[in-house]
Design a protein around this ligand. Structure first.
Ligand code: FAD
Length: 319
């Protein structure tokens, strides 16, 4: 079922989960076992992130250098197919513009249509390691809004639908996009960033998932600004429980976000006691979650980042 239909039919807020594809070498069964604890909570869907291919240059015997693809993770489409083969849950691949051409994206869409996957989260992706600004791949998309347009104009889906006697339409895929309550780090200001977010919605995005945040006021203000700018689609808050003391440095740096001083103080004081840090991070996220539910959010998206125990504790308390 499409996320747009799930959202329209839900009478109660529900959790969704985001996982990172495993490193090469892990088996399908190991992956499926690692997410089994989530299944007790009947998540409506599980998102699978996408990672750009990286290349390395290797010196040959003659002193020349050759370019080699380094693909460390199993592809998001393969992981989605594995999840749906075992569990009764929608699996949603992320598709990024970074490092991939429009034709290659078209081919990914063919694969998804083949598997019957009609949900996608469309993102730009980040620059390559060592690159200062994002550089579009020749023959690729510059912005997520262009990718959304590309997915909407995908012809393979109508061929697929026609071949099965289904109505043709350009909304075969339900599309989610990313939103940034604390502004995307490249945007000059939040207003410009929200104007760019609206371009994604105008291009055909059905809903927004936010970047993680640690102060709910940031999310409520963001939703108000989006609504004032004419964005009407559901805006699903994204949460991540802090689990290590190091994350109070790493997350602001990686995701350009603020962590409230009350939380950083508590984590810093407990920094020598790993269990206490874990408990503080889990409790903070639990209270964020409860407050969001009181405010009537449609769903809450959890960035699991390889953790299950803290997320399942939060799900037990809140859903
Ligand atoms: P865009 O919407 O294209 O925006 C990028 C920047 O360009 C913004 O500053 C925006 O304001 C600006 N902009 C947009 N359109 C225009 C325009 N027309 N003219 C001028 N400026 C414009 N990354 C991954 O690599 N893999 C993942 O699986 C992944 N999953 C994510 C899931 C979520 C929910 C979120 C919020 C982020 C995720 N990311 C992922 C990170 C994301 O790829 C980065 O944050 C990236 O830097 C921006 O992606 P975007 O889709 O928001 O880009």
């Amino acid at each position: 079922m499409k996320v747009s239909e799930i959202l329209a039919q839900s009478t109660k807020a529900f959790p969704s989960l985001e996982i990172v594809p495993p490193q090469r070498g892990l088996t399908k069964d190991e992956l499926l076992e690692s997410i089994a604890p989530f299944m007790e909570f009947s998540p409506k869907y599980i998102n699978v992130t996408s990672h750009r291919d990286e290349y390395e240059y290797r010196e040959e015997a003659d002193g020349s250098f050759t370019r080699h693809l380094v693909r460390n993770r199993i592809s998001e489409t393969t992981v989605c197919a594995a999840i749906m083969s075992r569990y009764d849950v929608e699996a949603i691949p992320h598709i990024i513009c970074a490092g991939i051409t429009k034709d290659e994206i078209e081919s990914k869409l063919d694969n998804l249509a083949f598997l019957g996957i009609n949900n996608i989260v469309a993102l730009r992706g980040d620059s390559m390691a060592g690159e200062k600004r994002f550089t579009p791949t020749p023959g690729g998309y510059r912005y997520a809004s262009e990718l959304v347009e590309g997915i909407r104009s995908y012809q393979g889906s109508s061929l697929y639908r026609r071949s099965r006697g289904l109505d043709t339409d350009d909304r075969f895929f339900c599309i989610g996009v990313g939103g940034y309550p604390e502004k995307h780090f490249e945007a000059a200001n939040i207003e410009t960033d929200i104007a760019n977010l609206k371009k994604k919605v105008d291009a055909g995005a059905d809903y927004i998932i936010t970047q993680m945040f640690f102060d709910n006021k940031v999310y409520y203000d963001f939703v108000d600004k989006c609504r004032a700018a004419g964005i009407e689609v559901p805006i699903i808050p994204g949460l991540k429980p802090l689990s290590t003391a190091r994350q109070i440095c790493v997350l602001p740096e990686s995701f350009s976000l603020d962590i409230p001083v009350e939380l950083t103080d508590a984590i810093s004081k407990a920094s020598k006691d790993k269990d206490e840090v874990y408990r503080i991070g889990t409790e903070w996220c639990t209270s964020q979650c409860k407050d969001l539910l009181r405010h009537g959010v449609p769903a809450i998206h959890f960035y699991t980042m390889g953790r299950t125990d803290n997320i399942t504790r939060i799900l037990k308390e809140c859903f």
